[in-house]
Design a protein around this ligand. Structure first.
Ligand SMILES: *Cc1c(COP(=O)(O)O)cnc(C)c1O
Length: 233
C-alpha cells in the first residue's frame, strides 16, 4: 500500500471515530485534501484513493496543477487571496474560504460577473485574534457579511472558515471552534440569493477531531495525508 493510501485509511477511521463520538454522520463532514507543496501526481494519487476536494493556499499552485488533475475534482482556495490574483482562479475554484475584506469581496464579485457566475465564498474569521493570521474578528465578520449582501450580487456566502492557533494540545483550540459555531448558527437559517450558510470550514491535521465534535462540515487536512511538508523544494 502506498503511503498516501495508508494515511488516508488511518485518517478515514479517525474521522469516523470522531463522528461516532459526537453522534454525527460521516457524510456531514467533507474531507478536503490540502495539496500545497505537493505535485500534481500526488494530488492525482490522493484522488485515486477517494479525495474529491483539494485545497491550495496559493494561486500559483492552483494554476500549475489545475490542468494536470483531470476529472471533476473540486478546488478550494484556502489561503490568503490577493485582490489582483482573483482573476486567475475565479472560474477554477468551487469555493473561496478566505474572504476577510470588502475590497476582496468586491473584486470577486466583479470577476464573477464577468464570467457570468455566482462565486461561493466563506468569511474567514481569525477567532483567536492572532496577529500572524489573516481573517476578521467576529464583529468584523458580521459587518462584512452585511456589506457583501448589499454590495456583491454575484457572491453567495456559504459559511465561515477559521484557522486555529497551533497548539500541542488540540483541546486548547476547542473554545475557538465553539465561538465560530455560535456565529455560524446565527446565520444558518437566513437563506436568500446572497446567503446560504452550509459550510463551517475548521480543523487541520492536528485538530480536526475536535473541530468535528464542535460542528465542522469541512476539514482541511494536509500533513496527515501527505506527510510533513518541505518548503525548500
Ligand atoms: C496548510 C493548511 C491546512 C492543512 O494543514 P495541515 O496541518 O498540514 O493539515 C489547512 N488550512 C489551511 C488554510 C492551510 O494553509
Amino acid at each position: 500500500m502506498s503511503k498516501i493510501h495508508e494515511n488516508l485509511d488511518v485518517l478515514e477511521k479517525q474521522i469516523q471515530a470522531a463522528c461516532d463520538k459526537c453522534g454525527r454522520k460521516r457524510e456531514e463532514v467533507l474531507l478536503i485534501g490540502v495539496t500545497k507543496t505537493r505535485t500534481a501526481d500526488e494530488v492525482n494519487e490522493a484522488v485515486a484513493w477517494g479525495i474529491t476536494d483539494v485545497g491550495e493556499n496559493k494561486v500559483q499552485e492552483i494554476m500549475d496543477k489545475y490542468d494536470h488533475v483531470p476529472g471533476d475534482v473540486k478546488w478550494h482556495m484556502i489561503g490568503h487571496l490577493q485582490t489582483n490574483k482573483v482573476k486567475y482562479i475565479i472560474d477554477k475554484v468551487a469555493l473561496i474560504h478566505s474572504v476577510d475584506k470588502l475590497k476582496l469581496a468586491e473584486e470577486i464579485d466583479k470577476r464573477a460577473k464577468d464570467h457570468g457566475l455566482i462565486a461561493e465564498v466563506l468569511v474567514e474569521v481569525n477567532a483567536a485574534g492572532e496577529e500572524s493570521k489573516f481573517g476578521t474578528d467576529i464583529d468584523g465578520a458580521k459587518k462584512l457579511i452585511e456589506d457583501v449582501r448589499t454590495n456583491c450580487k454575484n457572491i453567495k456566502i456559504k459559511g465561515l472558515m477559521t484557522i486555529a492557533p497551533f497548539t500541542e494540545d488540540p483541546e486548547d483550540v476547542r473554545v475557538y471552534f465553539k465561538e465560530l459555531k455560535e456565529l455560524f448558527d446565527e446565520y444558518k437559517d437566513i437563506k436568500d440569493e446572497n446567503m446560504d450558510f452550509e459550510h463551517l470550514s475548521m480543523g487541520m491535521s492536528g485538530d480536526y477531531a475536535v473541530a468535528i465534535e464542535e460542528g465542522a462540515t469541512m476539514i482541511r487536512v494536509g500533513t496527515a495525508i501527505f506527510g510533513a511538508r518541505n518548503y525548500n523544494i
